[in-house]
Design a protein around this ligand. Structure first.
Ligand code: NAP
Length: 257
């Protein structure tokens, strides 16, 4: 066993965890799906592309001391694959997932379970800011409202008939979000409950402007997998095993929340 830690990434938290662990001398391999054309790379070794399902991931866990699933809260397939492959191979698994957003006084939030439900809720709007990412936009294709679609890379059709694409990568500032919504006369915002500070400015801007927000609920987490809410909790989980057992597997304990 090499004692290597595999971090399933694609989030700022995954990058920060890799930075933290590499600084401690841990052998880290970060994995990216390859969805973004020009990703910000973490330190340590990086691999790009799918593993080929749970069997492929299980094979990739050979020689891996611990697996941290730090993928996005909506990367449900990868999270399920991680749980299955870790259980099949006996690899300790931690899910690193930032908390969701919390409604504050002055917010007008409407919760839905899917992008399709979100599209139904905003069907009567005039101008919609869609910040759910490049994938799944087909759910909004039937909208007749003006849609401002913001994503890191250009979205692919099908898109709503009247779409303005805004290419941008967070973090975003509240004043810029207010300006974007005002310029396009946005009367509703659609977002996933991604959580975290990088993309939260739109929620503040919507509150300031009295614009309602439709939030898509997160998919559930696999049962029995310990969850860390912060990079530091995840680093402690990895390093505890590292220090207690040298280069062997860390204990699969539940992190304090
Ligand atoms: P997904 O639907 O859960 O996964 C689909 C497939 O993509 C997986 O079965 C796997 O292919 C591959 N994959 C996903 N994450 C991977 C990773 N970190 N390393 C290697 N392969 C990966 O995933 P998704 O929602 O498309 O997200 C893809 C990536 O974008 C993830 O890294 C995620 O953290 C990031 N991201 C997602 C969102 C979002 O809203 N979903 C937002 C921001 C960033 P195989 O079955 O072939 O292994």
């Amino acid at each position: 066993m090499t004692g290597r830690v595999l971090v399933l990434g694609g989030t700022a938290e995954a990058r920060r965890l890799a930075e933290r662990l590499v600084a401690e001398g841990v052998d880290v391999l970060s994995s990216l799906a390859g969805r973004v054309a020009d990703p910000v790379l973490p330190p340590g070794e990086v691999r790009v592309g799918g593993f080929g399902g749970t069997a492929g991931l299980a094979a990739a866990l050979d020689g891996v001391a611990a697996l941290v699933d730090a993928t996005h809260p909506f990367a449900a397939t990868m999270t399920a694959h991680a749980a299955t492959a870790a259980a099949a191979t006996g690899t300790p698994l931690l899910r690193l997932q930032r908390p969701g957003w919390t409604e504050q006084a002055g917010d007008d939030w409407r919760w839905v379970d899917s992008l399709e439900q979100a599209a139904t809720v905003v069907a009567g709007a005039r101008s919609v800011l869609v910040t759910t990412g490049r994938q799944g936009l087909a759910a909004f294709a039937g909208l007749t409202a003006h849609c401002v679609v913001r994503s890191v890379d250009p979205p692919e059709p099908p898109l709503p008939a009247r779409t303005t694409v805004v290419l941008a990568r967070g973090p975003f500032r509240v004043e810029d979000e207010r300006a974007l919504m005002t310029a396009h006369r946005v009367d509703v915002v659609v977002t996933k409950d991604s959580g975290g500070p990088m993309t939260a400015a739109k929620l503040t801007a919507a509150r300031d402007l009295g614009v309602p927000v439709v939030l898509v609920r997160r998919p559930p987490l696999p049962e029995g997998v310990p969850v860390a809410a912060t990079v530091e909790e995840a680093a402690v989980w990895v390093l505890r095993g590292w220090r207690e057992r040298g280069t062997t597997r860390p204990p699969a304990t539940r992190c304090p929340r």
